[in-house]
Structure formats: structure tokens, C-alpha cells
Ligand binder design. Structure first.
Ligand SMILES: [Zn+2]
Length: 258
């Protein structure tokens, strides 16, 4: 039986948001904090814009979804149910409740922000597929992906943040590790042709320098970062084994390390 983060190290407390996670990596570039605040982290407003949005408790234990319609919420429950095996296979089982809020618009974040995970409340905020169509850079590689498929991949990305947080050692929780795992799970969810489109824009010779896999590039050039992460993750020696090493704190992408 392989070791997991559960008994190898103390698990990160659930009061640590991505915002705080970034700050936890003390010397972790201040630029990332600034960029993240500009791009995606929530401001003082609640993102909830749907006054009477239906909330659905998924058949799946631990998940509730709020969306404009019950059918939309149920579709997200189904997506979560389909995506969980991929995350569990990468050593990230569900341990605590997660709420997902889907809306066309998200207040208090930049227009290019597609979703975010709020750790303190264990909530995922994500734009609907319709809302996402307005937010994707029309010049970027992501714009070539069918919007519904891309929406799914963003939900999986945020779900990976939630489950990384639930399973990682305290020392492992920082923005660089979080983003690597979230992007790897997002790319793994995409169909192969969509993934190939992104990767071919940013080919990188192996071995990929882990120094390139940092949150600063994730914030500045998310599509390039996604391509780099996938090329690193898909090497035979990496994959979910590398995710596990991040979870248990035996390696880190944080620079300089704690
Ligand atoms: Zn992310």
C-alpha cells in the first residue's frame, strides 16, 4: 500500500484560502499575490448574483451545487461524480463538504477570472459556460476549445484545488503546488485533441525545469503554464506519483522551499 499524506504529515487546516496559501509561502513572490488579487481572488463582494438560485444536494456525499436552474446544478453534480475518480486516483479523496456556485457573472474578481476556490468556506465559484464564453481571451489557445468542455475543465481545476487543500500537508500548501495540481487535473480532463492544441502552442523539450512551473507564470501566462504542466505531468516518472510527492511534502514547486 502506498503512503498517503494522511498519515505521513499533518494535513493543512481548512481555514487556509488560496489567498492565505500564497501568503503562507512567505517569500513566494509578492507579484503573484498582486496578480492573483487583480485576476482571480475575490474582493469584498459576494460572487453570488442569483437571488433565488436553486441549490441541489448532489446524490454524491459532500457536494452541493447552486446554479441558475436545477438542471444546470444537477449537470454539475454529474460532472463532479464523473471527475472524482480521476482525482482520487491522484491521491486526493474527498474528506469534507464542498459547495459549488455557478453563475454567469462573478462580482469582485477580474473579467478574465473563470473560477476560484475559497478555502475558508470550502466553496468553489465558477462562471457558467455562457458567462465563460465572454471571459475567455478570444486570441488564446483556450478559445479553440468548445465552451461546454472548457467549462467542465475549469470545474475540475477548482475541484482539484479543494481536494489538494483537503489532502495536503501543512508544509505543502502554497500557490505553486496548488496551481500545478489544479492545471494537471484540468488538462487531464480535457479530450486529447483539445489538450494537444494547447500543448502544440507551447512545446517544451524534456526535461522540464521545475523552476518554470511557478505560480507567477500561471498568473501571467495561464495557457503556457497549462501546456508546461501537462508536458511535465505526463512524463512517465511524474503523473500522480509527482502529485503525491507534493501532497506529502517530499518535493515542492515553491521557490525557495520552506
Ligand atoms: Zn487555480
Amino acid at each position: 500500500m502506498r503512503a498517503t499524506g494522511n498519515y505521513r504529515c499533518p494535513i493543512a487546516p481548512q481555514t487556509t484560502g488560496e489567498q492565505i496559501a500564497v501568503m503562507k509561502c512567505k517569500t513566494h513572490q509578492i507579484h503573484l499575490v498582486v496578480l492573483a488579487l487583480l485576476m482571480c481572488l475575490p474582493g469584498v463582494y459576494s460572487s453570488k448574483v442569483l437571488a433565488d438560485a436553486p441549490m441541489v444536494a448532489c446524490d454524491l456525499e459532500n457536494f452541493t451545487v447552486e446554479a441558475e436552474t436545477t438542471a444546470e446544478a444537477q449537470a454539475v453534480c454529474k460532472l463532479v461524480s464523473d471527475a472524482l475518480p480521476q482525482l482520487q486516483d491522484c491521491h486526493m479523496p474527498v474528506k469534507l463538504p464542498v459547495k459549488i456556485i455557478v453563475s454567469d457573472e462573478m462580482r469582485g474578481v477580474g473579467p478574465r477570472c473563470l473560477g476560484y476556490y475559497h478555502c475558508e468556506s470550502s466553496e468553489i465559484y465558477v462562471r457558467s459556460a455562457e458567462g465563460m464564453a465572454q471571459s475567455i481571451d478570444p486570441e488564446g489557445a483556450y478559445s479553440q476549445i468548445e465552451t461546454d468542455v472548457f467549462f467542465e475543465s475549469i470545474v475540475v481545476h477548482e475541484l482539484a484545488h479543494a481536494l489538494f487543500q483537503q489532502n495536503a500537508c501543512v508544509s505543502a500548501v502554497c500557490g505553486d503546488n496548488h496551481e500545478y495540481v489544479a492545471h494537471a487535473m484540468q488538462m487531464a480532463w480535457l479530450p486529447e485533441d483539445a489538450r494537444a492544441q494547447i500543448v502544440q502552442e507551447y512545446p517544451q523539450e524534456s526535461p522540464i525545469d521545475p523552476m518554470l512551473l511557478n505560480g507567477f507564470i500561471a498568473a501571467m501566462a495561464p495557457e503556457r503554464y497549462a501546456a508546461l504542466v501537462w508536458q511535465h505531468f505526463s512524463l512517465p516518472e511524474n503523473g500522480c506519483n509527482f502529485v503525491q510527492l507534493l501532497l506529502i511534502g517530499e518535493t515542492t514547486l515553491q521557490f525557495p522551499p520552506n
